[in-house]
Structures are given as structure tokens and as C-alpha cells.
Ligand binder design. Structure first.
Ligand code: PBG
Length: 428
């Protein structure tokens, strides 16, 4: 036995890999440079997969030259390779003729290294947008229905949260304000107060972190005493064109404060074209529009409305948000938004609407966003708290599946937690 490398059944470990994190894949995620060395994970769990657990062992050489080795091999004399090994099944395994299959898809899944090589979809912190709730207070107030989420004070908690998110590579944020009741009105004029909560928060963020991407929500509901995304007529109708007029002023006010991407979530007709024109007229040609193209009238928004205290005071949002039963209708919205100049198209909610994400992906060349909404987040959190599911795995799988369906970016309350996992850090 010349070989010192043994390959016995006892240590057959063709590939010992931390496979749990295959959603992150083996794509070399560049850890953000501001992650300090001390906080770097010890193992490269999610970024590097080692195909063997063996320590490097050197085999003693015999000192023979290549010619001597070749001559020995021709003469049938060479060091013993590891013994052949054919694992057997447990006692009672039936002895059968193998099926004559031309295709065995399991071959491409047989080891972590192969699975990693053939992984089609990846998650990266660069794809995440973190929604943040802000308020006028100094303290951060936990949101009951969304464990782990807070209404953040715009001068303190907001900045801290953004700092922590940047630390794990999340650089995009979308702001949602909780407006004091006394500032709400039926026309929602507070939405375009240049000194309102959102413009102030944008300015403080841009001052401290000029490199982040700030998305804003364009809709009247946080500012509207009726809790609707548009102005409510006395007979209960949500007025379209008058609302669009207000939304244009809101978008311009946000752009003036430094917003990078304004995101109309109101579902009024014609608002993309009108907002584009209003932004351009004020010299904001560089401000992008992410349109909530296919936003459904969904019960999954419940926890969000609690967070912002923005429940409609009467009725529902079905005359402007889409019917969850509808698929083709999303194409009507897509065509309108594309022709009116949207830069990004968004589908919301995400997981129950993967087919719609795929529909938009296949019918537009624009980047597609998906919003994993409050109810989706709360369900996963609740399942985790009750120990009914593995929160971290379900979180990562749901995000990966949204990407697989065709989303380029994902708005998710899990953005920071998921990014921590991708960076190989503890997720909480
Ligand atoms: C309203 C708005 C809503 C959400 C984002 N923007 C709620 C609604 O339409 O009633 C929901 C987000 C979530 O549930 O996480 N403009």
C-alpha cells in the first residue's frame, strides 16, 4: 500500500458543504467593505463551498523520475490507488434490475458542488429595498402585527436602521410616514408640504448617506383623513384626475427633497405620464418612476395599515386596486405604464402573485420589482414564533422564489435580516 490517502466508507465525504444556504448560492458575494474584520463570519458559509472536508495531505514521493514512473506503470507496477468502494443499501433493500432510464435528473443534484454549479437564481443584498416606517416621535415604536418592525423616529431610529442595513449591503430604502391626524385632510395637501415628514427624512438621510437610493411612496392615504389613496367625492367615488394633480405635486416635493425614485402606489389612471411631465417640468429629469403597475386589492396589506393607522375610513380600495382574480388586466396596466414612461414596474403582493411577476417579466424589458407585503412578512414571522416553520429558511426561500418568478428587486421587510444571512452573519 503505497498510498497514504485512504478512501474508506467511513469518511466518504465527497462534498461536505453547508448546503442550507444554497439560496445564496456560491456566487462570490462581495462582503461590503464596511464590514469590519472582527465581525466577519468565521466560516464562509454562504459564499464559499468547500468540496471536501479533507485537510490537505501530501503523499510522500518515491523520488522516481517521470521516465521511471512511466516505465513502472507500463510494467504494471504503481502505488495502490484508494480501494474501490461501492456502498450498499440497508438490510432488507430489495434486489432489483435497475430501471432503464435515459434521463436521471437526480444526477445533476447529487452533490452540493454540482447543485451549486447549476443554480439558476441568486439573491443578493443589492436586490433588496427595505421599507421603513417613520414618525415624528423620538422613540422607535414597535408595530404589533409586524414583529421586528418599528415606527422609527426620523432623526434617530431611521438613521440607525439605515446604518445597520448598509452594513450588510442593503443600500435602497422606501419611506412610509405615519402622519399626525391633525395634519390629515380630505384633499391630503400635507403630501406636498416641502417641510413635511417625508421630505425632512429624505434630506437628513441624503445628508448623512449620500450614496443610498431613496424610494418614496406616492399616494394620498397617509395624508388623507378618509384613508384612501385619492380624494373622495361626496358620493364615495375616488376622484381620478384631481388626485393625479395632487400626486404630481407630491412627487415633485419628494424629488426636490432628494428622492431618487418616486413610486406611485395609488393606482389612479394616467398618473405615470402626469408625474413624468411634472418632474421634467421642474428639472427632475433624473428622478426615476417605479410604478406600482399591478397592485391588487389585497387583504395582505392589513398589518401595514395598522402600522400607519391608514385604514380606509369607509369602504375598500377595489375601485382602484386590481381584482385578485385578474391576470390579463395586468397587461393593460403594463402597457399604460410603459408608454407613459415608467422606469420600473412593480407587482404587489409578491408570493401569492408570482404568475403576475412572470407575466410582466415576459412582457416588458423594464426592470421588475415585487413587494413582499406586510401580511406576507407577518405570516412568516408568526409561523416562526409559533415554531411551525423555520423562519429563516422560509424567509430565504420565499425571497428566492420571488426572484425566480422574474423580479429584479424585492421590497421586503426582511431585507436586512436576509442580507445578514447572505453575508454569513447571524440573522437577528
Ligand atoms: C398605500 C400603500 C399600501 C402599501 C404600500 N403603499 C397599503 C394599501 O394600499 O392600502 C402596503 C404595503 C404592505 O402591506 O406592506 N399607498
Amino acid at each position: 500500500m503505497a498510498s497514504t490517502i485512504s478512501f474508506s466508507p467511513g469518511n466518504v465525504q465527497l462534498a461536505r458543504i453547508i448546503d442550507d444556504h444554497s439560496y445564496a448560492g456560491l456566487r462570490p458575494l462581495t462582503a461590503p467593505r464596511y464590514v469590519s474584520i472582527a465581525r466577519r463570519p468565521k466560516s464562509h458559509s454562504s459564499t464559499v463551498i468547500r468540496a471536501s472536508n479533507e485537510n490537505e495531505t501530501s503523499v510522500k514521493t518515491s523520488g522516481l523520475s517521470i521516465e521511471e514512473c512511466e516505465a513502472a506503470a507500463v510494467a504494471g507496477k504503481f502505488p495502490d490507488p484508494p480501494p474501490l468502494y461501492r456502498p450498499t443499501g440497508p438490510k432488507g433493500t430489495p434486489v432489483i434490475q435497475p430501471l432503464e432510464l435515459t434521463k436521471r435528473p437526480r444526477r445533476n443534484r447529487k452533490s452540493p458542488a454540482l447543485r451549486a454549479a447549476f443554480q439558476e437564481t441568486y439573491l443578493s443584498p443589492a436586490n433588496f429595498v427595505l421599507p421603513l416606517f417613520i414618525h415624528e416621535g423620538e422613540e422607535d415604536v414597535p408595530i404589533g402585527a409586524m414583529p421586528g418592525c418599528f415606527r422609527l423616529g426620523w432623526r434617530h431610529g431611521l438613521l440607525e436602521e439605515v446604518y445597520k442595513a448598509r452594513d450588510v449591503g442593503v443600500n435602497s430604502f422606501v419611506l412610509f410616514p405615519k402622519i399626525p391626524d391633525a395634519l390629515k385632510s380630505q384633499a391630503g395637501d400635507e403630501a406636498f408640504n416641502d417641510n413635511g415628514l417625508v421630505p425632512r427624512a429624505i434630506r437628513i438621510l441624503k445628508d448623512k448617506y449620500p450614496d443610498i437610493v431613496i424610494y418614496t411612496d406616492v399616494a394620498l392615504d397617509p395624508y388623507n383623513s378618509d384613508g384612501h389613496d385619492g380624494i373622495v367625492r361626496e358620493d364615495g367615488v375616488i376622484m381620478n384626475d384631481e388626485t393625479v394633480h395632487q400626486l404630481c405635486k407630491q412627487a415633485v416635493s419628494q424629488a426636490r427633497a432628494g428622492a431618487d425614485v418616486v413610486s406611485p402606489s395609488d393606482m389612479m389612471d394616467g398618473r405615470i405620464g402626469a408625474i413624468r411631465a411634472a418632474l421634467d417640468a421642474e428639472g427632475f429629469q433624473d428622478v426615476s418612476i417605479m410604478s406600482y403597475t399591478a397592485k391588487y386589492a389585497s387583504a395582505f396589506y392589513g398589518p401595514f395599515r395598522e402600522a400607519l393607522d391608514s385604514n380606509p375610513r369607509f369602504g375598500d380600495k377595489k375601485t382602484y386596486q386590481m381584482n385578485p382574480a385578474n391576470y390579463r388586466e395586468a397587461l393593460v396596466e403594463t402597457e399604460a405604464d410603459e408608454s407613459e414612461g415608467a422606469d420600473i414596474l412593480l407587482v404587489k403582493p409578491a408570493l401569492p402573485y408570482l404568475d403576475v411577476i412572470r407575466l410582466l417579466r415576459d412582457n416588458s424589458a423594464l426592470p421588475i420589482a415585487a413587494y413582499q407585503v406586510s401580511g406576507e412578512y407577518s405570516m412568516i414571522k408568526a409561523g416562526g414564533v409559533l415554531k411551525m416553520i423555520d423562519e429563516e429558511k422560509v424567509m430565504m426561500e420565499s425571497l428566492l422564489c420571488i426572484r425566480r418568478a422574474g423580479a429584479d428587486i424585492i421590497l421586503s421587510y426582511f431585507a436586512r435580516q436576509a442580507a445578514s444571512v447572505l453575508c454569513g452573519m447571524r440573522s437577528k
